[in-house]
Design a protein around this ligand. Structure first.
Ligand code: GDP
Length: 334
């Protein structure tokens, strides 16, 4: 006998379906966390709280690389290799450009034709959203939902444009940088900050005519990585650079073995849990800050006061810092 059924798409309806790994329920739940409607937000929060109690964890892997480097080809090959081993793989995307182009570029199912038809894979394209903060929350919550649905590996794809990488690094356990074979001088153009974020650099397209250049590039990155200060949360030999060919499926097992080795070491040495704990704290604080700002912006009186003070600052009647102090003092009053 079934219990009386809950209304469709309610928390009571979605939660058990997500926990049993039903992909349609997962997709609906992600749509719910993407919504900015207040009642949807409340339902999303309740749902996340409910399914989070299952305490399931996936390995969260961030993957970044400039357009054309082979991200979707890599995710297709790598994802199929993992599902071939019996693992369940989810692919999400953080795409800062989607709001500008009005469409989704990353995580597009047509870019991963076979993986998208694999019953053990779930691919969710990035929604078009206007600000990175919204994208961050949506992705974090989608990750939590995928974990609750029993996925083993979650790949979060982003393009190599700075801010979005930091964001993805802040919500993943491992951060992988996908690079193309390059000349030595191009290598110097890679931002140090991005190199420092990477746990593993994969030089893709190590096949055919490009293979010699790819192998040189691997050696160049390996050299550059050795020059970086050793990080406390890395075992000997990390971060490291490896060659792969997404098209020829070369080096993928080795890359996966290295990811698992790094994960295992960090788990044994406590860095895995510490990193997750720090990330959770970070996102909690970020959300409070955002909520506070949203609340301020929703208050017409405060908005009017901001506008008036802003005009005075622009007109040179008040200094910016004095106006800010006045505004903050006004906010502090009950
Ligand atoms: P993305 O923009 O980073 O997602 O890159 P794509 O996966 O769309 O790949 C861009 C181009 O590089 C396509 O023409 C692919 O066929 C090609 N490509 C991707 N991976 C490889 C590879 O391992 N070897 C070679 N030779 N070409 C590749």
């Amino acid at each position: 006998m079934n219990a009386p059924s809950a209304p469709r798409d309610s928390v009571d309806d979605l939660a058990p379906r997500i926990l049993s790994g039903e992909r349609r329920a997962l997709a609906r739940a992600i749509t719910l966390v993407e919504s900015i409607r207040a009642d949807h937000r409340a339902a999303a929060t309740a749902l996340l709280d409910r399914v989070g109690q299952a305490g399931r964890q996936a390995l969260r892997i961030g993957l970044s690389g400039t357009p054309g480097v082979g991200k979707s080809t890599f995710i297709e090959s790598f994802g199929l290799m993992l599902t071939g081993q019996g693992l369940k793989v989810a692919v999400l995307a953080v795409d800062p450009s989607s709001s500008r182009s009005g469409g989704s570029i990353l995580g597009d199912k047509t870019r991963m034709e076979f993986l998208s038809r694999d019953p053990n894979a779930f691919i969710r394209p990035s929604p078009s959203q206007t600000h990175l903060g919204g994208v961050a929350r949506r992705t974090r919550e989608a990750v939590a939902l995928c974990e609750a649905a029993g996925f083993d590996v979650i790949l979060i794809e982003t393009v190599g444009v700075g801010q979005s990488e930091t964001l993805v690094a802040e919500m993943t356990d491992l951060f992988i940088l996908l690079m193309a074979p390059a000349g030595g001088d191009e290598l110097q153009g890679v931002k140090r900050g991005i190199m420092e974020m990477a746990d593993i650099i994969l030089v893709n397209k190590a096949d055919g005519d490009l293979k010699p250049a790819a192998m040189r590039t691997v050696a160049d990155y390996a050299g550059a990585l050795r020059l970086l200060r050793k990080r406390a949360y890395d075992p000997e030999g990390f971060p490291k650079a490896l060659p792969v060919s997404a098209v020829e499926q070369m080096g993928l097992e080795k890359a996966w073995a290295e990811m698992q080795a790094l994960e295992g070491w960090r788990r044994e040495n406590g860095f895995f849990a510490t990193r997750r704990a720090e990330q959770a704290r970070h996102w909690f604080e970020a959300e409070v800050r955002e909520g506070l700002l949203a609340r301020l912006e929703a208050d017409p009186e405060i908005r009017a006061r901001m506008r008036a003070l802003g005009a005075s600052v622009a007109g040179g009647q008040v200094a910016a810092s004095a106006a800010a102090a006045e505004m903050l003092a006004a906010l502090a009053q009950p």
